[in-house]
Design a protein around this ligand. Sequence first.
Ligand code: GRF
Length: 204
Amino acid sequence: MRVERLRVGVLASGRGSNLQALLDACARADFPARIVVVLSDRERAQALDRARAAGVEAVWVNPKDYADREAFDRALVQEFEARRVELACHAGFMRILSPVYMRAFVGRALNIHPSLLPAFPGLHAPRQAVEPGAKVSGATVHVADEGVDTGPIVLQAAVPVLPDDTEETLAARILVEEHRLFPEAVRLFAEGRLTITGRRVTIK
Ligand code: GRF
């Protein structure tokens, strides 16, 4: 039985509401993971403030300090490795991560996305659902791989798309599910209950 709690590192670029859901979960005595660092590419990301308010180390990694994407990604890996991060959580990180980063975290990086993947990958997923009149959308936690919002699916939750929904109202409905799913996926990972076989994740 594992005694130490799983060491989680988070990447976030913005508001950080998913980070907050993870911080809140980690604050519970029976939660098997803890966040050891939050990294952001944006100096003023609210996510960094949320981390500091919870007593978690918050680091701005300025992309302008690096010659190219690979050098920036190498810095992210170094920041995580320096803190012995075991699981990376991508909580609204708005940059595409190169193989330099992804190869360091194969099978141990989780991403949250506001659609039922593989539908509506990429930017503005709620808008992509509203525009053609989709009747259902939702949230997905998946294992991150070298693609954009690809990778084996861990957990999903569906929400209805209502006739008068806008991008904003649908995004808000989906976000409620994101905040529930992401901590649950981290718990399953920390408890060793996720098995990745090829393109599929099975949950014990
Ligand atoms: C979420 O909808 C997440 O799924 C997407 O970006 C948004 C980030 O929101 N990748 P927040 O910063 O967690 O509030």
